[in-house]
Design a protein around this ligand. Structure first.
Ligand SMILES: Cc1cc2nc3c(=O)[nH]c(=O)nc-3n(C[C@H](O)[C@H](O)[C@H](O)COP(=O)(O)OP(=O)(O)OC[C@H]3O[C@@H](n4cnc5c(N)ncnc54)[C@H](O)[C@@H]3O)c2cc1C
Length: 415
């Protein structure tokens, strides 16, 4: 099928979780849909790598966060997926040359809990300020500042506390044995995707829309954009008419932050850490990684680096993030530990042309930016994706829900 010969009701730009769930919902409503994806595969920021290790490795999203209220958790249960629901425990905390004692780790964990309470108190009063400003003074402040960066995808001095407060948090962070990416893929196996097909222009000046891509142009009634805010801000897609200034402002208030992952496959003879244990390693004020052991109850450990430090490591080149994790492991477990690591891999999301980062965060003072980002233009240019979801931002379930929401919007407008 050539693109120009088809004229579907809806063109969807991007086959990540949002694009796939929008396509599935629209098809259920009876709409014809064409999904255009720039990369060589569907999945976007939620994909499972089954080739590097013997164990699946989620290159992007892996946890079903807020599982108690997460619709994907309900679907995973319904499909009988093997779920790992165990909590994680900070067993080792290494800070500036010393390994904390268990009572110190307890104190640090207590501070971590209380600081979220403080941040929420500020949020409840609609005080929008950098998350860092909401952190109470304590000897643990710097450590916690580093620890929360992976959650935020950015350093807490640049993230809006009000935006964090808006996230609907609930009990449970679950892992899926086969990987979250694989689950999302299976869930949408009935959706056809045109891959290797970057969209470069969208004309929404007329009655319908004209979408130009590397495979030609296609006309439709509606278009849904699901690309990251990083991609939108980089203007990889041109619009006619240009996006209004309030939309551009919303995009720029919601940068795509950075979390990179380091996969470490241990030899099964290594008994240094058990499933559910976590090591936090702070080398100086801001060089930090956290390493979770026993993913899926296997010998896979996953390290995380975030924010400016992650960007610095990515810029240093392939291997820099892995080496930093190895340095942390050696400091905690002794130099011999590296002999037990069979294989490693690391991500580089900032350099990924089609995402330009990991997930969105909001700059302080951007309280309604996510709503503005989600607003439809001219009743035919629609926006979806994790960044458009004020209560489920930066997550796979947020992306999934945004796809359903945008499909419902189209059905409503279409009457
Ligand atoms: C390292 C990492 C860890 C994460 N961990 C978790 C986690 O544990 N739990 C969780 O819930 N979330 C997590 N997330 C976040 C989650 O993965 C994302 O929020 C979610 O997958 C975003 O989905 P989306 O559909 O909004 O965007 P995307 O998945 O980015 O989909 C957009 C698609 O558009 C495509 N595209 C870009 N430009 C063009 C173009 N010009 N033309 C056509 N197509 C284009 C992209 O290739 C992409 O496939 C993580 C993300 C990362 C990177």
């Amino acid at each position: 099928m050539s693109l120009s010969s088809s004229s579907p009701d809806v063109v969807i730009v991007g086959a990540g979780t949002a694009g796939l769930s929008a396509a599935k919902t629209l098809k259920k409503f009876g709409y014809s849909v064409v999904v255009l994806e720039a990369a060589a595969f569907a999945g976007g920021r939620c994909i499972t790598d089954n080739s590097t290790f013997k164990i699946p490795f989620d290159v992007g999203g892996s946890w079903l966060h807020s599982a108690k209220i997460n619709p994907l958790a309900r679907l995973a249960e319904k499909h009988g997926v093997c779920l790992h629901k165990e909590n994680w425990d900070w067993t080792w905390v290494y800070s500036n040359g010393t390994l904390l004692t268990p009572p110190q780790v307890k104190e640090y964990s207590k501070y971590h809990t209380s600081m979220w309470q403080e941040a929420n108190k500020a949020g409840a009063k609609y005080i929008d300020q950098p998350v860092e400003k909401t952190l109470p003074n304590s000897p643990w402040k710097n450590l916690v500042k580093n620890l929360i960066a992976p959650m935020l995808g950015a350093d807490p001095d640049v993230v809006s506390s009000a935006d964090v407060y808006q996230y609907a948090d609930a009990e449970g962070d679950w892992l899926l044995a086969g990987g979250l990416g694989a689950f999302i893929k299976n869930l949408h196996s009935d959706i056809d995707v045109v891959i290797n097909c970057p969209v470069s222009k969208i004309n929404y000046s007329g009655d319908g829309v004209k979408v130009e891509s590397s495979a030609g142009s296609i006309n439709a009634k509606y278009v849904i954009l699901t690309v990251s805010t990083g991609v939108l801000a980089a203007e990889h897609i041109k619009f006619n008419p240009q996006l209004p200034s309030w939309k551009l402002e919303a995009i720029n208030l919601l940068p795509t932050g950075l979390l990179n992952k380091i996969g470490l496959e241990f030899d099964s003879s290594w008994q240094g850490a058990q499933q559910g244990q976590v090591a936090n390693y702070l080398a100086n004020d801001s060089d930090f990684c956290t390493i979770n052991f026993g993913f899926y109850n296997t010998n896979l450990a996953v390290g995380f680096v975030a924010g400016r430090f992650a960007e610095q490591l990515e810029n240093e080149g392939v291997g820099a993030a892995t080496n930093f994790c190895l340095e942390g492991l050696k400091a905690i477990f002794g130099n011999n530990v590296t002999k037990y690591i069979n294989r490693t891999t690391e991500t580089a999301w900032k350099g990924n042309l089609y995402t330009l980062g990991s997930y969105s965060y909001a700059l302080p003072g951007s309280i309604d930016a996510r709503l503005r980002l989600s607003e439809t233009l001219a009743d035919r240019l629609f926006f979806a994706g994790e960044a458009t979801m004020p209560n489920a931002q930066a997550t796979v379930h947020g992306a999934y829900l945004s796809g359903i929401k945008v499909a419902e919007k189209i059905a409503l407008i279409d009457g």
